[in-house]
Design a protein around this ligand. Structure first.
Ligand SMILES: Cc1cc2nc3c(=O)[nH]c(=O)nc-3n(C[C@H](O)[C@H](O)[C@H](O)COP(=O)(O)O)c2cc1C
Ligand code: SF4
Length: 521
């Protein structure tokens, strides 16, 4: 009987030697005359255990990790004999880190062969599309709206409303655009799902195309993601061969074609209008809104533009029904969020769970605290434009409104952890520097304000103990107000968020007292 072994081909696993492990396993197996099939999957998201290798057994898949090219031979022996091994993790699905998740979007990631359409189907794939084809536009829009899904790219805008706007727009052509620029620090969920379950993204986009009447779609992927580009291209070709993409999908009257486009690596190209400029072949500069992309988007046509995770949530919603998704979550944050744990954390990786989980549960219980073993001092949630929260605020639940009430953002669900050696004054300065480097330059508050901001912060640390302090603080306040209310897009508009949160919660790092920063709220 063929022995089936699973090794991740995810870029994160490959970076720590998954290809070499697969090679050694293959060579060792042929030396033993063993009939072996090595299936290259995506990652399950337990990155500290990569390369994680699994073997199919009657009890389920048994996992080992982290495996290296040097111990792969002994792991193979343990797989054959079933004898104990120090790297044996037990049945993969029973690993507590995986078991306590609610994997609706990432259910297949790390499980299936991302190149095999048949494997996708065998694990429930394309059930959503089948139902969507019978429902038609109105039914799909009703389901997506009722699911409560909000865009996972950062702004949390209701997906149902966006799709409805495009559906109601009349035009000779409409487009579906998938935003896979994933520029936020500490985030990797888009990459992971594109590499580990690309068909779910294609299925979600195809359902969107039926909902709004679009015939063409683009996936805009950052150039730093070559593995994802390859995976998406291979899946698009397979879907076309399988009749689930292209002309007359699944024998219906609906046709939808999809192409990958690779960005050149600018953070601002993740901003939707800038992305559209880039897709059209121009420099990535933000467009003034209105018109919204839903009315006048790609090539001036009504366009749905959504994050990878927003599209990837759609097949579950259509297959299982809106309620099955909406039953998870809290308040107006429905469903699950693929949380990405990064930075100084012991167990970093992807953890999909319902909204409502607290930061403390994620950082301490799930993540196991810091990698260095020192106390957690701060976490930044939502990428480079997200707020820094102190350890005393880790009871904050993951929820768009709860975060907004504490002057923070959930963003794309990335959590970056810092221990007690972090200098928040440096982090705050970096926020301005980042904005200065990445600014598209279209509006003054961001283009000039970001550089002036870094200068003012330098001055604050110099004058912290002098009479000049109040004047300088006033200057910073005015500058932050100008950027917040005067910037054309959220790059300039949100940069004050990390700066002000650092001042508010960690004034001592700036040589200031709590009363000095009372104005930050
Ligand atoms: C500076 C900046 C960078 C952004 N980067 C991304 C990104 O990398 N990926 C993404 O999906 N959305 C990003 N966004 C948000 C998009 O503009 C847009 O809101 C999103 O693609 C809409 O999809 P959603 O509704 O599914 O979230 C960014 C916004 C700004 C202002
Ligand atoms: S805020 Fe910055 S990135 Fe956004 S439009 Fe203005 S200059 Fe460009």
């Amino acid at each position: 009987m063929t022995m089936r072994v699973y090794v991740s081909r995810d870029a994160g696993a490959v970076a720590v030697g998954a290809d070499e492990v697969a090679l050694v396993l293959g060579l060792a197996a042929s030396k033993h005359g063993l009939d072996i099939e090595i299936v290259r999957t995506g990652s399950r998201g337990l990155y500290w255990l990569e390369p994680m290798v699994e073997v199919a057994t009657p009890q389920g898949r048994i996992a080992f990790g982290p495996v290296t090219e040097f111990n792969a031979n002994s792991v193979l022996d343990a797989m054959i004999s079933g004898s104990p091994h120090p790297l044996r993790l037990g049945v993969a699905d029973e690993i507590p880190w995986l078991k306590r998740q609610t994997r609706l979007t990432f259910a297949r990631c790390g499980v299936i062969d991302p190149r095999a359409l048949a494997d996708y189907r065998a694990h429930g794939g394309y059930k959503g599309l089948e139902r969507a084809l019978t429902l038609g536009s109105d039914g799909i829009l009703a389901d997506v709206t009722a699911s409560g899904l909000r865009g996972r790219g950062g702004a949390g805008f209701p997906t149902g409303i966006k799709w409805k706007t495009v559906a109601q727009a009349s035009a000779d052509r409409k487009f579906i655009v998938c935003n896979a620029d994933e520029g936020d620090s500490g985030t990797f969920a888009d990459r992971m799902i594109m590499e580990g379950d690309p068909f779910v993204v294609i299925e979600g986009m195809t359902i969107a195309s039926i909902a709004v009447g679009a015939s063409k779609g683009y996936i805009y992927i950052r150039s730093e993601y070559p593995h994802a580009v390859e995976a998406m291209n291979a899946a698009i070709a397979a879907a076309k061969r399988g009749g689930t993409l292209g002309a007359r999908i699944g024998g219906s009257n609906h046709s939808f074609d999809l192409e990958v486009r690779v960005g050149a690596g600018a953070y601002v190209c993740g901003e939707e209008t800038s992305l559209l400029e880039s897709l059209e072949g121009r420099r990535g500069i933000v467009r003034a809104k209105p018109p919204l992309p839903a009315h006048k988007g790609l090539f001036g046509k009504p366009t749905v533009i959504n994050n990878v995770l927003s599209f990837a949530a759609i097949p579950f919603i259509l297959a299982g029904g809106a309620k099955a998704y909406a039953d998870y979550g809290m308040g107006r944050s429905r469903g699950t969020m693929p949380i990405q744990l990064a930075g100084n954390i012991r167990h970093g990786g992807l953890f999909e769970t319902a909204f409502g989980v607290t930061l403390g549960e994620l950082v301490d219980d799930v993540g196991g605290g810091t990698f260095t073993g020192r106390p957690v001092r701060a976490v930044q949630v939502g990428g480079p434009l997200g707020a820094y929260f102190p350890a005393s605020m880790l009871d904050l639940p993951m929820d768009y409104e709860a975060f907004a009430a504490k002057k923070g953002i959930v963003g794309h669900g990335g959590i970056v952890v810092f221990d007690d050696t972090v200098d928040l004054a440096r982090q705050a300065r970096w926020a301005f520097e980042f904005c200065a480097i990445e600014s598209c330059g279209k509006c003054t508050p961001c283009r000039i304000g970001s550089t002036r901001g870094a200068e003012v912060l330098d001055r604050i640390s110099r004058v912290a103990r002098t009479s000049d302090r109040e004047t300088t603080m006033g200057l910073l306040r005015d500058l932050c107000d100008t950027m917040t209310y005067g910037s054309l897009c959220a790059l300039g508009g949100l940069t004050p968020l990390p700066v002000l949160s650092a001042l508010r919660h960690f004034p001592e790092d700036f040589g200031l007292s709590r009363s000095d920063v009372a104005w930050t709220g």
